[in-house]
Design a protein around this ligand. Structure first.
Ligand code: UDP
Length: 553
């Protein structure tokens, strides 16, 4: 590794001199530690102290300059999980003059992204907390390109999914434990610290029970672009995309039909489907389709993604492997099974993913409601749901409960006990739920994402008024189409007009198909009305309101 970081590409003496003279420079984005990413010149790391070091000189920059608020609680979150107190980043400070008493620094020439992986053993966490945020952090800063170096500071080993992290750049990512190989003091010529949280959609229940994030900022489009980029790196092409030979539309349809298949993602050690063979047969029979089984234990990850990327339906017990639904084609169905006493509405990372706008996946959940069909494991270690370590009374309470109450992350024994049950899937009940769920499946036009172009402001809004009698008046409002509409083919264009009497709290809303309208109901003479107008495409794409009109009758 030390060879890899050979000093050839930078002039050592120039770098050392720059560090000594200019010290460290930091410029960050973000008002709070939870939305901050910092860019550094010459951020150093002391492996002996296991601390980052900021060297002060006359030309150092530290923006934001928080003083001791930097420790309340930290400069920034090093993982994408919001405000987790084991994932904070900070640095120690020293005057640059102390460098002459320190070991000679080793300089890292690569532009580096420094972050914590949150839980690299768990595939869902790998994607949601690390890969997606790192991918889009790299998109945000153009010098974090394919040659960027990633450094993982959480302190774990490579973990079972390290190959996935390798896809983010052409350089081998470094682990915290490897940093000491580079000597006592290493200095990153250029680095970014922290991860964008823009793409995360789920919170794990550290302060309130788990659920979708309050303010989701990602759409299916960004998830799918990421998926496509990862598939390219894995050398996977969707089967549909290669099979583009001639033939009539009918042939094509017939062929597509024949090629449709269901993927059952199975787990082989915990949370099992006990009658998997029967379960697969039932699926095949019901849908008259091929059913393919995959598992992380039996297949390489790329071969699983290859399978999923052209599947019609993905069926799996609740669990991290369901994150692979982000590789499903548009219009596919995700079916998630839940063990006895676990409420699907309370554990929704995969439902939320499937339901992101533009993800175009249809989500269906089934839960085992028959206690006789569940196999519990009270004697396993607590982290696999064992309860033998609990007091007798508590064990009995858990055993007799039919629904896990809402709880916080991460060690609730009742939750672990129930989520690690094995399940004998009741086929009739499962097929019933599935058929019922399929009834509400919209027909996603194949591989044609819905348009997300929003209307611009309506132009030249105007009002004209006239008084009819002492208690009747008219208000005519007119406007021009939004500028971008003349370049668009929009199925349905409507306009929304709000009329508010000045000083009142309420307003009257109207939806209109045309560009002008004369209001006479509820319009009083000698009154001032505030009028807002906006355009709406296809029922739900709202444009901005034009400047408010003041209309005096
Ligand atoms: N896992 C697996 N097969 C199993 C059990 C687990 O492949 O039989 C994987 C699972 O997909 C996840 C990791 O091992 O990536 C950890 O599983 P765990 O049950 O702890 O987490 P969960 O799936 O509930 O998120």
């Amino acid at each position: 590794q030390s060879q890899e970081l050979s000093q050839a590409r930078i002039d050592y003496h120039v770098a050392l001199q720059a560090l000594q003279e200019h010290g460290t420079r930091m410029v960050c984005t973000g008002k709070m530690h939870t939305d901050r990413i910092c860019r550094f010149d010459y951020l150093c790391y002391c492996s002996e102290a296991e601390e980052f070091v900021f060297f002060h000189s006359n030309s150092s920059v530290m923006l934001p300059n928080l003083g001791s608020r930097r420790f309340q609680p930290a400069l920034l979150d090093l993982s994408s999980v919001e405000d987790h107190n084991t994932q904070y980043f900070n640095f120690l400070e020293l005057p640059a003059a102390t460098l002459k008493f320190m070991p000679k620094p080793v300089f890292v020439p690569d532009v580096t992204l420094i972050l914590n992986r949150f839980n690299p053993d768990n595939l869902m966490h790998v994607f949601h907390d690390d890969l997606l945020p790192a991918y889009y952090t790299m998109k945000q800063y153009s010098d974090l390109d394919d040659e960027a170096r990633l450094v993982f500071m959480e302190g774990w080993g490579e973990g079972p999914h390290f190959d996935l992290y390798r896809l983010l750049s052409s350089k081998q990512p470094l682990l915290k434990e490897q940093l000491r190989n580079f000597g006592k003091l290493m200095c990153f010529t250029k680095s970014y610290v922290g991860l964008s949280k823009m793409t995360t959609w789920y919170q794990y229940g550290f302060v309130q029970p788990q659920g979708p994030k309050a303010n989701m900022l990602v759409s299916g489009n960004e998830i799918r672009q990421f998926a496509r980029a990862l598939m390219e790196k894995m050398n996977i092409t969707r089967v549909e995309e290669i099979e583009k030979d001639g033939g009539s539309a009918e042939d094509e349809k017939e062929k597509e039909k024949k090629d449709e298949y269901i993927v059952v993602f199975s787990r082989s050690t915990t949370r099992l489907i006990l009658n998997e063979a029967e379960f697969i047969m039932a699926l095949a029979q019901e849908f008259q389709m091929r059913v393919v089984t995959v598992s992380l234990e039996d297949q390489s990850f790329p071969s699983i993604v290859q399978m999923i990327s052209s599947a019609t339906m993905l069926v799996s017990m609740h669990g991290a492997q369901l994150i692979t639904s982000l590789f499903l084609p548009r219009g596919a169905v995700v079916v998630e099974l839940f063990p006895f006493a676990v409420n699907p509405e309370q554990y929704t990372p995969y439902k939320t993913l499937a339901s992101l706008p533009g993800m175009d996946l249809h989500y269906i959940s089934w839960r085992n409601t028959k206690e006789e069909n569940t196999i519990t494991h009270p004697d396993r270690p607590w982290e696999q749901g064992g309860i033998a370590h609990l007091e007798k009374e508590e064990q009995e309470r858990i055993l007799s409960s039919k629904d896990v109450p809402r709880h916080l992350c991460c060690r609730n024994p009742e939750w672990l006990f129930r989520i690690y049950q094995d399940t004998l899937v009741d086929i009739p009940s499962f097929l019933e739920v599935l058929k019922e769920g399929m009834k509400t499946k919209p027909s996603f036009k194949k591989s044609k994402p819905a348009s997300t172009v929003h209307p611009g402001r309506v132009r030249e809004p105007q009002c004209q008024t006239s008084v009819q009698t002492t208690n009747e008046a008219k208000l005519t409002v007119s406007w021009q189409i939004p500028w971008n509409l003349k370049y668009l083919k929009v199925r349905e264009v409507k306009y929304e007009v709000w009329i508010q009497e000045q000083g009142e709290n309420t307003y009257m809303p109207y939806i209109l198909p045309q560009q002008n309208y004369t209001f006479s109901e509820n319009i009083k003479p000698f009154t001032t009305y505030l009028v807002w107008v906006r355009c709406i495409f296809n029922k739900n794409l709202l444009g901005p309101f034009a400047d408010v009109l003041m209309c005096r009758t």
